[in-house]
Each structure stands twice: as C-alpha cells, then as structure tokens.
Design a protein around this ligand. Structure first.
Ligand code: GLA
Length: 371
C-alpha cells in the first residue's frame, strides 16, 4: 500500500516536472589515424544551452551558453575534427584525463614494495596518464544515452588492461556527462580494478567565458573555496607541504581578477597559475566561481573531491582551434577537480590507491548563468 502510494506521488512529481533537455546522436565525427570511427552527441536544454561530446577521449568539444543579453557563444576550446584532437595542438582540450591526472614525480611510484615505471612525457615527470593509451587518447564505448540524474546525457565506458601505460591492474572506467534544465553540466566518474592501482580522473575543459578564441582570461574574476594550496618545485611537483593562501598571490578566497597578481608567476616553471588548491570542506556546495565581466557569464564548480587544479593556459601557444580561432597564451582557464598531485609519492596527501572490490567515484558540476 505504502509502496503504491509512493509510486503514485512520485509519478505525479515526475509528470509535473518533465525534463525538457534532449540528447541527439550518435552522429559520425570522423576517424582516428588508425581508422577507428569517432562519434558525437549533442545535449540541448530549454535555455538554449548546447553541449557537444565525442567518444575520442570522452571529451566535451563545445559548451554553448547565453550571456547577459541572451547571446549564445561556445566557451570551451576545441577542434573541428578528429585530426585536430590527434594533433600536437591539442593540450587535453575538454577530454577525460587518467588513469592518473596531473603529475607523478619522475614517472615512478612504489606499491607493496614493487616499483612501477611510467612514461616521462613532461620532462622529468609523468603527466596525465601517459602517451598512447592515456584515457584522453582512446576511443570510448557509448554505454548508454538518455536520462541521467536531473538531466540527459551519455555514459561512456572504457577498459584499460593490466599494465597499460605502465599502471598495475585492469581498470573499468565509466564517465556520465549530462546536462539539465538548470544549466548544470554534470560529470560523474566511476572506476573498478582487479589489482591495487592509483586512480585520479578529471575533465580538462579550457574555459573562456567571453567565448573560445577571445582575449586572455586575465579579466575574469575567480573565487576558490580553498584556504590552502599545494606549493610546487620548478618542475611542478609538490614540495609535500600544504601552504596557507592568506596574504599571498595565491589567495582567491574572495573573488579576484585572475590577472591582478599573475605576473609574479611568469618567471616560475608554471608561467602563471598551475596549482592545485585544497578545497575547504564546504566546497561540496561551491568549490569555485568564475565570472567574465564583459559578457556577464558565470560558471560555478561543485565537487566531492579534495582538490582543484587552477591552470591559466600558460602553455597555450596561439594554435588554431575550432572555426579557425586562435588560442593565444592564457586565453583560457582550467578548473580540474580531483585528488592532490603526485599523491602516489606524497605520504601526507590523501591516498589515490583503488583496491579490488572498491569503486572510485568522483562528481563535478559546472553550472552556467549570466548576470
Ligand atoms: C595540466 C597541467 C599543465 C599543463 C596542462 C596541459 O593542467 O597542470 O601544466 O601540462 O595540463 O598542457
């Protein structure tokens, strides 16, 4: 009886709040250099927000959102075709990153007394999961298309075999990317393993809220809900300490112009902000807020993760992207949620080791508005 009542009430709620957001696809996006077909999906909501995804790297290729006057623009860097994504112009634009996002010192770690060696693809360190089979480089399988949480989207899945890119264990990874009618773009990750192995996934979207290809993001305002950050050496490896941001150029606890103090970092290995912030506990409500004063576009980030990497596009080099637009130095900002960098070699940082029988989980919501 109670169950039937619950179904009746729940059914009414569902009927009175239908999801207007829709997902289209798959449509062909092209072929990789080795001939694998890449597909694209389009998510649309009732406010004119349009998000595009591809199976290569389970990547977000476009996020089109209105400004304060209702004018829609794409706010993430990307390419028109597969060749662009497979070229060296692509610095992880919009893709899912792993098995371990961010840097691992000297490409080495020891687990249960055994040393594992990984590719050194960012001298002298390992970056973003490796070279050929890192999660951004592989074509993911579409597992499901339709309703996800409060919106609609696509579930991508990928199996990485034992030893791939030097990592122990076979892992099965799922990523759900969905859009709802509140302009929330939600990314959820899950992973399982058959051997102890490190896992730290993220999404590497590059945002410019004035529109991809616009001027630098130095005028964007940024708030980070973080009292501490991870100081790094000149190769961007953590020193092992967590420093307070208070009174330093790293402090974004109150909204600050990104460009206000960034020049002090130009002569460092990072060439700007390229640092992980330790999120305060309340960050499950709001981790970051980014605002472009010209367009009025605002993006908030919420996550269940301990850290967020602030990267201000310091290695963009004027490469040509989507629609022939040029992506000049510091013309986009990444806010990558996840674990703290080099956690496998940093005893004081929260562990990123996944064990058989456990499930790695991570949620990140990018929400868009204008003011
Ligand atoms: C990350 C790193 C940066 C840079 C970009 C890709 O976010 O922290 O240093 O390597 O990826 O170019």
């Amino acid at each position: 009886m109670l169950a039937r009542l619950f179904i009746a009430v729940f059914g009414v709620i569902l009927m009175t709040s239908p999801i207007a957001a829709q997902v289209e696809g798959p449509k062909p996006f092209g072929k990789t250099a080795d001939g694998t077909a890449v597909e694209t999906y389009t998510l649309k909501n009732k406010n004119g927000v349009i998000v595009k995804l591809i199976t290569l790297g389970a990547a977000i290729t476009e996020i089109n959102v209105p400004d304060r006057a209702g004018k829609v623009a794409n706010v993430v860097l990307g390419f028109d075709d597969v060749a662009g994504y497979q070229s060296d112009r692509n610095q992880y634009f919009g893709c899912t990153v792993g098995r371990v996002a961010n840097r691992i010192a000297k490409g080495k770690f020891t687990l249960d007394g055994k040393e594992y060696k990984l590719a050194i693809n960012n001298e002298p360190n390992h970056l973003h999961g490796g070279i050929k089979k890192s999660l951004d480089k592989v074509v993911w399988k579409k597992e499901y298309v339709g309703k996800i949480g409060t919106g609609v989207g696509v579930q991508f899945s990928h199996r990485s075999p034992d030893g791939e890119e030097g990592y122990p264990g076979k892992i099965d990874v799922d990523v759900w990317i969905s859009l709802d009618d509140e302009n929330r773009l939600e990314i959820r990750y899950a992973a399982e393993t058959n051997m102890k192995t490190p896992v730290n996934l993220t999404n590497h979207s590059y945002f410019n809220l004035a529109g991809a290809g616009a001027d630098t993001v130095l005028d964007h305002g940024l708030m980070l809900n973080a009292d501490r950050y991870v100081p790094v050496d000149k190769t961007l490896i953590p020193t092992g300490k967590l420093d307070a941001v208070k009174g330093t150029i790293m402090d974004f606890t109150k909204p600050m112009r990104i460009g206000d103090r960034i020049e002090k970092l130009y002569d460092t290995g990072a060439k700007g902000y390229d640092h992980c912030y330790v999120l305060n506990k309340a960050a499950t409500r709001l981790a970051a807020r980014l605002r472009d004063p010209k367009s009025g576009r605002v993006m908030t980030v919420t996550t269940d993760q301990p850290g967020i990497q602030l990267y201000t596009g310091n290695f963009l080099f004027g490469q040509k992207g989507k629609d022939g637009k040029e992506y000049k130095l510091r013309s986009a900002v990444c806010l990558e949620t996840g674990a703290l960098p080099d956690a496998v070699n940093q005893p004081a940082f929260p562990s990123i080791i996944l064990r058989p029988g456990e499930t790695y989980r991570h949620a990140c919501i990018y929400a868009f508005s204008a003011e």
